[in-house]
Design a protein around this ligand. Structure first.
Ligand code: ZN
Length: 282
């Protein structure tokens, strides 16, 4: 708490201006036109005189990002380069944690690979033709971190091996699978949609095959870090808007989420591995 400077923490989300000994900005918790959100470096505290929300660096992050206390601490430790040492973990717990960490690292690598692929001209043309046909604009590619999978000339299997990652982990994550002539890519000729958790880490992927109809999506399999049946698409992008609105739209599929965002309805999410019917509560 002492190492986490409230001004640095808040400035990641709010544009701040100096005002005497304090800083001022537009409140991230309610809509306003004149700033009533005050950040005090001396008290290491922030407060909104409009809606009353705010707090110390931990409280601010919990409120803004719907973080648990632990998630807020981990966020601050990463930001301010503080090492977290956990005590009293069994060897199984340590192994489990290391496995999850190596899965997350691999997902991050794979995500970047697909994002590089969508920047390739021919892939970009194919992906944008499909997205445009659905009324989606270029901006969604960046906002949702979209990628493209095309196994020629560089297959994901080759890229993973070359980078020194474990093919067995990639198999566990459902990214590669044994084919007739060795390991091959599961996702091919498809727009790739990374599924981010609340803290912005990629835990799995959905994809839309260019050859399939516009509402069909595949997902990577259940793993130690991902459950497609329990994950939703767009939560990371919608998180702040959901907090602010205290409500959210649940739509049929990821493309609908993007269309809603594009039209300013940013508190929108969708299921990825299941039909929406499963979420309708009578
Ligand atoms: Zn406020």
């Amino acid at each position: 708490r002492n190492a986490a400077n409230i001004v640095d923490v808040v400035a990641d989300y709010v544009s701040l201006h100096r005002s005497g000994a304090n800083y001022k900005g537009l409140c991230p918790f309610h809509n306003e036109r004149t700033p009533s959100f005050i950040v005090s470096p001396a008290k290491n505290y922030c407060h909104c005189f409009g809606c009353g929300k705010g707090g110390d660096p931990i409280g601010f992050l919990k409120e803004l990002n719907n973080y648990t206390y632990r998630e807020a601490l981990v966020h601050l430790a990463n930001k301010f380069h503080i090492e977290i040492k956990e005590v009293d973990l069994s060897s199984e717990e340590i192994a489990e944690r290391q496995k999850r960490q190596s899965f997350l690292t691999l997902c991050d690598f794979v995500n970047k690979h697909y994002q590089q692929q969508i920047a390739v001209e021919s892939n970009n043309a194919t992906a944008m033709a499909r997205l445009n046909a659905l009324g989606l604009h270029e901006a969604v590619v960046k906002l949702f971190g979209l990628g493209y999978a095309d196994s020629t000339p560089d297959s994901l299997v080759d890229m993973i091996s070359k980078a020194g990652f474990s093919i067995s982990n990639a198999n566990d994550l459902g990214l590669v699978a044994p084919l007739a002539n060795g390991m091959g890519d599961v996702i091919n000729k498809a727009i790739v949609l990374p599924v981010y958790n609340k803290t912005g880490k990629v835990t799995g992927f959905a994809w839309h095959s260019i050859e399939a109809d516009p509402t069909s999506f595949g997902t990577t399999c259940r793993s130690a870090i991902f459950n497609p049946q329990e994950s939703v698409f767009g939560l990371f992008q919608a998180n702040h808007a959901i907090s602010k609105a205290k409500s959210c739209f649940i739509v049929d599929n990821p493309f609908d989420v993007m269309a809603m965002h594009q039209n300013g309805l940013t508190n929108t999410i969708s299921p990825i591995g299941e039909a929406i019917d499963r979420y309708i509560i009578n």
